[in-house]
Design a protein around this ligand. Structure first.
Ligand SMILES: [Zn+2]
Length: 519
């Protein structure tokens, strides 16, 4: 159990539209958020982690109709498929919100009422080009050849109706000042200029409701006191982050976790999270999230991921073939928050064979096999050794410190690179010390002990540092080394050299059996 005095850490991912099953393009964000959540548990923090589904869109009603199913059963089935996908990827969420849940109605109506009481909500007529996938209106010049700027396959339709509006324009100075005073609010900071540019070009008030059309199924959260309107999807979708921690009834819990420490999103919804959301929170008298972490888009084998062209893979399919940890490792190692990325099967296999199989898997294999062969399985005690041992200890200390720094900055691929320095150097250490030669000479018994211990300890630490990324494999590394599974707080209490007591190793074969590639 988490220490009641522990620091809280709250993280969220964007919620997805369940108008179709999730694909691999949705996965990087969820895995990255999970790495962050697991890292903070390893630091001993009390972590809350909210994910969910954005079900209150007219677009979902349309998708259900197309599938020939009632909207309710359609979203129930999508809910099952999305949760199964995130379970397959070992995403350790603590809270799952469907925006059709009653508790979410309560939370979003409360936020609306607070903004209304604060004088930030008014009624007016709205007109614009509406993209149902974005749930956003665009002006004529924002469209690209008449199509949605984010969805080239969608031709937005012209809509005009009476709506409630949120007075975003009142918040321009507030948002500019907040972003300038909090450089980490937008991560990576390469996005700051774009957000500032949006403010400079003039913030327009945005529509927060939709009129229920007489011939359509009512779908969405009713506007408090005006059931002819439902909340416009962004206002209600963003509130999910508060619903997930019990807002507003459970003041204790939401007070403990809010403001969120990190909210992870894709670059296409940057304006809603860096402008709309902070203004809504300020209007409701709530503090702003500490950080919005923004990632780029992912292509699949060099092409845009698209259901229409069939260029999609389901996360479950990839996990079934390679296992959760190799997929997680590949996503975090080859893709970065600071640029767009490409998911490629051949690159995944290369990372699996080279990094996980040859570097990490072989290191573990050699260590436990030699301790078995030369010392009856018992990890020996060691002396401090010489310069080469001191150097490996220093590399481990660097990996511990620098990986933590990079994870904190959402540079997850760089964190893995730091940890891999340790893995590679531990292999080189064995090559240099040649324990198989030391074992032939009784006079070298002390040095053999030191070598085996040093290599085992380097392997243990690498496994611990990798635990946020490849949690299942990290526990298998501990099991083969004869150690307990990794527990909350271990990054701190067992993260430094010599901080764990070894027993007897338990070899269990290769962690990552080689994948043969047929040309
Ligand atoms: Zn769109």
């Amino acid at each position: 159990m988490t220490d009641p005095g522990a620091k809280s850490f709250y993280i969220t991912t964007a919620i997805d539209y369940p108008n179709g099953a999730p694909h691999i393009g949705h996965s990087m964000e969820k895995v990255a958020a999970d790495v962050m959540a697991r890292f903070h548990r390893l630091l001993g923090d009390d972590v809350a982690f909210t994910m969910g589904l954005d079900e209150n869109s007219q677009h979902i009603v349309t998708a259900a109709k197309t599938a020939g199913i009632e909207t309710g059963p359609f979203t129930d089935e999508m809910d099952r498929v999305f949760r199964a996908s995130w379970d397959a990827l070992q995403i350790s969420r603590s809270s799952w919100v469907r925006t059709t849940e009653p508790r979410h109605t309560v939370a979003s109506q409360e936020l609306f009422s607070r903004a209304l009481a604060n004088g930030d909500i008014y009624k007016s007529t709205y007109a614009g080009w509406y993209c149902p996938n974005c749930n956003n209106y665009y002006t004529e010049d924002e469209l690209v050849d008449g199509r949605c700027p984010n969805h080239p396959s969608i031709t937005p339709e012209w809509l005009e109706e009476e709506n409630y509006f949120f007075a975003l324009s009142k918040y321009s100075d507030f948002l500019r000042d907040h972003i300038a005073a909090n450089p980490e609010f937008i991560t990576p900071s390469t996005w700051t200029a774009e957000v500032m540019g949006l403010i400079e070009s003039g913030l327009r008030d945005f529509s927060v409701s939709r009129r229920v059309k007489p011939d359509t199924e009512p779908w969405g959260v009713p506007v408090p006191g005006d059931p002819e309107h439902v909340l416009y999807v962004w206002f209600d979708a963003l509130t999910t982050y508060l619903t997930g921690i019990g807002f507003p009834e459970d003041g204790g819990t939401s007070g403990r976790y809010w403001p969120a420490d990190s909210q992870v999103i894709g670059k296409d919804i940057l304006r809603f999270h860096t402008l709309y959301w902070p203004a809504m929170l300020a209007s409701a008298g709530l503090p702003l999230p500490r950080r919005i972490a923004i990632h780029g888009f992912m292509t699949l084998e060099g092409r845009r991921i698209s259901k229409t062209t069939g260029n999609v893979i389901s996360p479950i399919e990839v996990v079934d073939e390679f296992g959760a940890d190799p997929v997680r490792y590949y996503l975090m190692r080859d893709l970065s928050f600071s640029s767009d990325g490409d998911f490629s099967r051949s690159k995944l296999i290369r990372r699996y064979n080279d990094d996980l199989g040859n570097d990490l898997g072989n290191l573990l294999n050699r260590v436990v096999a030699m301790i078995g062969r030369y010392r009856g399985g018992v990890v020996p005690a060691a002396s401090d050794g010489e310069a080469i041992e001191a150097e490996l200890r220093e590399i481990a200390a660097n990996a511990h410190e620098r990986a933590a720094h990079h994870i904190d900055q959402w540079q997850l691929n760089e964190a893995l690179e730091e940890i891999w320095q340790l893995v590679r150097r531990a292999n080189q250490y064995l090559e240099a010390r040649k324990p198989w030669t030391l074992a032939k000479n009784e006079a070298d018994a002390g040095l053999l002990d030191t070598t085996l211990y040093t290599a085992a300890e380097a392997t243990r630490l690498a496994g611990l540092y990798l635990a946020p990324f490849i949690p299942g494999s990290a526990d298998k590394i501990m099991a083969q080394l004869g150690l307990d599974p990794i527990a909350d707080g271990d990054w701190t209490s067992k993260g430094t050299w010599g901080s764990a007591d070894f027993g007897t190793v338990d070899p269990a074969g290769p962690l990552f059996p080689r994948i043969e590639v047929t040309e």
